[in-house]
Design a protein around this ligand. Structure first.
Ligand code: NAP
Length: 295
């Protein structure tokens, strides 16, 4: 079997078109322009490129976006004051503080200071709690993107055996919770694997869907995959540099071998990555509608 490719680029494009129409309608009917601020502390090149991509996408969709770049030695107190300023700014519906933060700043203190109604990353404990309870909230962007990829590709989750590798707060744990919910895109039976899991290959071999969010290149090999399984590869691993200086990326799945066994698979790059930024935009539009009591 050669697996069908689940293209994050294509699905993200589809959702961005929907969002562009939604943003235009908000402007036309209610004179509302959703607003997003991204706050970056320091000069980490990967973070700079993530923030630039977020702002570029926001502009392309008609979302008002502001970018604040602060010195690496900015104090926690000054960053908290800035978050507070944007919490009170009616032009801004979404606040994103790019992680990781410099070591002298306590990340939790900053994330918890963001107004939960502007927490478009979905990392505030209020939103995490609501997500677990199945209430309406901002869903974290990468897991939300994975759900969209599965449902828009017609992958049945109800009753499916899902094996998730990785239990981080930003991917593994939330996607496990979301796929457990009693609603479309959920109703799955979940196994969550990590470094203490005994015989991970045995868990994977009975999975209808494998979601790998580990950070170890090509760790999911063909012998771990059941014929016809759906494979979502979240991993982004830099495994070298091309002659043009660009990083060569690999996922957590041995793509070339696994695609011969799976029914569908996401590539790296061009899989989950483009979905994450798109879901951030979706959350920003949702925040603007919530602020205007439209939903
Ligand atoms: P993380 O916080 O580093 O967590 C990694 C998880 O994988 C941990 O739960 C760890 O187990 C588990 N793990 C590591 N090595 C393992 C092994 N050999 N066997 C079994 N489990 C193992 O990672 P993350 O932030 O979730 O990110 C995971 C990957 O996804 C990274 O490559 C990251 O770059 C990528 N990512 C991509 C996107 C995107 O938008 N495309 C977004 C987020 C992350 P323990 O808990 O036991 O340590």
């Amino acid at each position: 079997m050669t697996a069908k490719l689940i293209s994050g680029i294509e699905i993200a494009k589809e959702i961005r078109e929907e969002l562009t129409a939604e943003v235009a309608e908000l402007k036309e009917k209610y004179n509302i322009v959703p607003g997003l601020v991204t706050i970056l502390v320091g000069e980490d090149p990967a973070s700079q490129s993530y923030v630039a991509a977020k702002n570029k996408t926001a502009h392309a969709l008609g979302i008002h976006s502001e970018q604040v770049t602060l010195d690496p030695d900015t104090s926690e107190e000054d960053l908290l004051a800035l978050v507070d300023k944007y919490n009170k700014d009616p032009k801004i519906n979404g606040i994103l503080v790019q992680l990781p933060l410099p070591k002298h700043i306590n990340e939790a203190n900053i994330l918890y200071a963001i107004d939960p109604d502007k927490d478009v990353d979905g990392f505030h404990p209020v939103n995490v709690g609501k997500m677990v309870l199945g209430e309406k909230c901002f869903l974290p962007c990468t897991p939300h993107g994975i759900l969209e990829m599965l449902t828009r590709s017609g992958v049945e989750t109800s009753g499916a055996e899902v094996v998730i590798i990785g239990r981080s707060n930003i991917v593994g744990k939330p996607i496990a919770n979301l796929m457990l919910q009693k609603r479309d895109g959920g109703n799955a039976t979940i196994t969550l694997c990590h470094t203490r899991t005994k015989d991970m290959a045995a868990h994977c071999r009975r999975a209808d869907i494998i979601i790998a969010a580990v950070g170890v290149p090509k760790m999911v090999t063909a012998d771990m995959v059941k014929e016809g399984a759906a494979i979502i590869d979240v991993g982004v691993n830099r495994i070298g540099k091309a002659s043009n200086g660009k990083a060569i990326l690999a996922g957590d799945v041995d793509f070339d071998a696994v695609k011969e066994i799976a029914s569908c698979i996401t590539p790296v790059p061009g899989g989950v990555g483009p979905m994450t930024i798109t879901m951030l935009m979706k959350n920003t539009v949702q925040a603007a509608k919530m602020a205007a009591n439209l939903i």
